[in-house]
Design a protein. Sequence first.
Length: 94
Amino acid sequence: MISYNTPMIKFKDIEFKENKYAHSVRYNASVTIGPYVLSIGYGDMMYGSGPKSDTYEVALFDEYDIVPLSDQTDCLGWVNSSEIDHMIDMLHET
């Protein structure tokens, strides 16, 4: 994963790394903000299709474990780039 730790990072600045598996291709990146890592991905068997549909899967980790992003699940699917920018802004405020 490519990791970023800068206060001015925006979604448009994030570069995804391609990961090829037996029968699938996924793209991942992560943004480190203080003690948090926001993981962003899309591709086969993920809850996001990527740039063509502007949908991504996101998960949040602290220094110990995954941080639940809703009452039902640890990660969120079908999140668009402006929502990810909002998440990054919120993490900078914590």
